[in-house]
Write a protein that binds this ligand. Structure first.
Ligand SMILES: Cc1cc2nc3c(=O)[nH]c(=O)nc-3n(C[C@H](O)[C@H](O)[C@H](O)COP(=O)(O)OP(=O)(O)OC[C@H]3O[C@@H](n4cnc5c(N)ncnc54)[C@H](O)[C@@H]3O)c2cc1C
Length: 321
């Protein structure tokens, strides 16, 4: 297997005092969506993220497209891809062959997740009869398969299936002890939730607490779509922000997208500034395969953010994707 830099090496090599940023893409569903993804990929290549991650959805054709496109990111761009991998609907044999498919394409960074039940993400979880129950087992499985660099999910508000924050912390630490090198958080809108998560993990296990917890940020561009994403993820919008966005959206049949977007970019910038001041190891942006909102936030952050990559283009302007 070709060994590529690990995410931890990449974010820690940003020695110029700037906090590295990275971005999340989703698998395109059809050719038009794939063309849009590639426009965003080329734009981000110019900006130089430390890494890019590609989410993973269950279902045959999307899955094949995900593996192919993630492979192309590794082979045909200057970006460092992280492949998300979930345990949903997969036997252990299938999981092994997925990991092999990524390794064949030179991908050694994998974000290991349990995933949610297909159809209704908040519904009852059912393990595949020959699969794994928790992400922790998948961490061990991937680590046993070779020289992979594994990351896992963490939850500033606690995972919605965890009985309480103490259990949530314990399970996250188990995934880290099983060999995960870092975690990326669920998106959140209250920076204090991120800081409390970091404190909880450090208090429970200082050694594991030293591993990077990379905060995930979603620049809001539509109230309707952020509400939908939050509903599916079990996270929440603070009441004051919900009210601010709802007032900006107005009560007509079409929300005032420009006003909502303006607040979304402001909030993502303010959160990023506070996270940088609090020593976050990186900033991971949900892009929905568009470059524009994230690049606007990056332009506003100016030289506080960097890339972990030698000589990226300066982040000066936002381009339309
Ligand atoms: C950064 C990020 C990226 C994501 N990307 C994707 C993606 O690409 N595709 C996708 O489908 N989903 C994705 N998700 C969503 C994720 O799959 C869900 O949130 C899922 O419900 C939990 O996954 P996990 O890996 O944290 O599971 P686990 O760590 O297995 O936890 C699942 C639940 O079980 C509990 N638990 C863990 N261990 C134990 C134990 N030993 N005993 C009892 N309970 C336990 C946990 O508290 C939690 O409630 C992502 C989430 C994040 C934060």
């Amino acid at each position: 297997m070709t060994r590529t830099p690990s995410i931890v090496d990449r974010i820690r090599s940003s020695s110029d005092g700037r906090v590295p940023f990275s971005v999340e893409f989703s698998p395109p569903r059809d050719e038009a969506a794939e063309a849009r993804l590639w426009r965003a990929v080329r734009e981000f290549e110019r900006l130089g993220p430390a890494f890019v991650s590609m989410t993973y959805g269950a279902g045959g054709s999307t899955r094949d497209r995900t593996v192919r496109v993630t492979g192309q990111l590794a082979e045909e761009t200057t970006l460092l891809p992280v492949a998300h991998l979930t345990a949903v609907s997969h036997s252990v044999d299938e999981l092994r062959s997925m990991v092999g498919a990524y390794a064949d394409r030179g991908i050694s960074n994998i974000l290991v997740l349990r995933g949610d039940p297909p159809g209704d993400p908040l519904g009852e979880w059912e393990k595949h009869p020959d699969g794994v129950e928790y992400a922790e087992e998948l961490v061990r499985l991937v680590r046993d398969l070779g020289d992979f660099h594994v990351g896992v999910a963490s939850f500033p508000e606690g995972h919605y299936r965890a009985p309480d924050l103490a259990h949530d912390t314990r399970y996250l630490v188990s995934k880290l002890r099983a060999g995960a090198e870092y975690s990326i958080t669920q998106m959140f809108f209250d920076v204090d939730d991120y800081l409390r998560l970091r404190d909880r993990v450090s208090a429970y296990d200082p050694e594991q607490g030293a591993k990077p917890i990379i905060p995930e940020i979603m620049p809001i561009t539509s109230l309707r779509s952020v509400r939908r994403v939050l509903e599916l993820s079990g996270s929440s919008l603070p009441a004051h922000l919900e009210k601010r966005l709802a007032t900006a959206a107005g009560d007509g049949p079409e929300e005032n997208r420009a006003a909502v977007r303006e607040i979304g970019i402001d909030v993502a910038t303010e959160m990023s500034e506070r996270l940088i001041a609090e020593g976050a190891p990186g900033l991971h942006f949900i892009t929905l395969n568009f470059a524009r909102a994230t690049s606007e936030v990056l332009a506003r952050l100016g030289d506080k953010v960097g890339s972990g990559v030698a000589d990226p283009a300066p982040v000066t302007s936002a381009r339309v994707s």
